[in-house]
Design a protein around this ligand. Structure first.
Ligand SMILES: [Zn+2]
Length: 419
């Protein structure tokens, strides 16, 4: 049976969520666990209840709407995204995936269609990480929540523990949100937040994986000295060396193994016009889908830093934090995304995600896939974030198709294994 999403309802609900904002500045602001975030959750709760789903809030504050499956003991198929936003966000980042998940629930309910597996639609807690380290909800589910986060002050000085208490969540119980069993499939629908699909003119992206991330800092030490009296040949200018470091990092992606590489910050000391800079600290952010590429980018950077230090008579130290590993999507689920898009006459390409997502944290529990729709001009985390309405509807339709296919396929597999 062909099942079609209700596009008008989907778009209307996205609009309704978009009106829930603290209203400070432009765009939408719904910080995690704020009154606006809680209002958005309760609105989504009414839609889930109207679709006959059961509702609960887990110990990490994740909102979970569930439609039971027909097969006893079957692992859930999971979808959804997040409702919290950055400051001055657009209407689609996160909210779109939650609304589309609810739309799938509603379609199944209206047709009286019962899947083999339970369908779990999530609104994950604190994906964005504005007020506390990101992915609180999805990390708690997969066992990646660290208790020390509770007592760490956020940017406004408040700890996560006090924030949770105010939202009615017991901070000592967050880790109990961990799921003991596996999942049959996790499929998250999200806007791309980059320009690739828009530039290619295609409506659907089948995500190959979430890139691994290596962050670090580079410290260049030279000699601060008088800008008028120090001859050029006698200088050990830390900023001149740092300029070469910036270009080297850039080249790690344009002419090297990384997918993208960025220096986003440069702190120069003493930072006055008439002194040769003696000390510069740079941030480094390197991302790659292939782990070997990420590792070799760091190695290449080390070699180049040594060369720059020698030629500029400076000292250069590189400090790299433990990497966030790349997470690949499941090839079978990815094929289902591509096939659904083709069957529906939508263009589809495969692409990696340079941004982190909740789904990647659930990949340790079972096969995971992500569906992207275009972001016009690649703009996101901004009030101007837009996706053509027809693409939003098409993405939700592909989500529905893939959930039904995954439900079938996983059921076959599990029953074969059981025999
Ligand atoms: Zn998001």
């Amino acid at each position: 049976m062909t099942l079609l999403v209700d596009g008008a309802r989907l778009l209307d609900r996205i609009d309704q969520l978009g009106s829930i904002s603290s209203g400070t500045g432009g765009g939408i602001t719904r910080l995690a666990w704020s009154p606006e975030d809680l209002r958005a959750r309760s609105l989504v709760g009414t839609w889930a209840a109207a679709a006959g789903a059961s509702l609960r809030v887990d110990p990490a504050g994740n909102l979970i709407a569930e439609r039971p499956g027909s097969r006893a003991g079957a692992a859930p198929v999971v979808t959804g995204s997040h409702l919290d936003t950055v400051i001055g966000a657009g209407p689609l980042d996160g909210a779109y995936g939650v609304v589309a998940g609810i739309e799938v629930l509603a379609c199944l309910a209206e047709q009286g269609l019962v899947l083999d597996h339970p369908l779990r639609v999530m609104a994950f807690s604190n994906e964005e990480g504005v007020v506390a380290p990101p992915f609180t909800g999805s990390r708690a589910i997969s066992g990646g929540f660290v208790e020390s986060e509770l007592s760490t002050p956020g940017p406004d000085g408040r700890t996560l523990a006090s924030r949770l208490l105010d939202a009615g969540i017991d901070p000592t119980a967050v880790s109990r949100a961990r799921w003991s069993g596996s999942v049959a499939a996790t499929i998250e629908l999200h806007i791309e937040q980059g320009p690739v699909l828009d530039r290619a003119g295609v409506g659907i992206g089948a995500v190959t994986g979430i890139t691994g991330q290596r962050r670090g800092s580079v410290r260049v030490t030279g000699q601060a000295n008088h800008a008028g009296t120090t001859p050029m040949a006698a200088r050990r200018d830390a900023l001149v060396a740092a300029a070469r470091v910036v270009l080297s990092v850039h080249d790690l992606a344009t002419a090297g193994p990384a997918d993208v590489a960025t220096v986003g910050r440069l702190d120069t000391k003493p930072g006055v016009p008439n002194v040769v800079p003696g000390d510069v600290v740079l941030s480094v952010d390197i991302r790659a889908l292939a782990e070997a590429s990420g590792d070799s980018a760091i190695e290449r950077l080390r070699t180049q830093l040594a060369e720059i230090a020698r030629e500029t008579e400076t000292t250069i130290e590189l400090d790299v934090s433990p990497p966030t590993r790349a997470v690949l999507t499941d090839p079978d689920l990815r094929s289902m995304v591509i096939e659904s898009a083709e069957r529906r006459g939508l263009g589809c390409i495969e692409l990696p995600s340079g941004a982190g997502h909740d789904a990647s944290h659930l990949a340790s529990l079972g096969p995971m896939a992500m569906i992207f729709v275009p972001s016009i001009a690649g703009i996101s985390h901004n009030a101007a974030e837009t996706t053509p309405p027809e693409d939003l509807v098409a993405g939700a339709q592909v989500l529905l198709d893939v959930i039904r296919r995954a439900d079938n396929t996983r059921a076959d597999r599990t029953s074969k294994q059981a025999r």
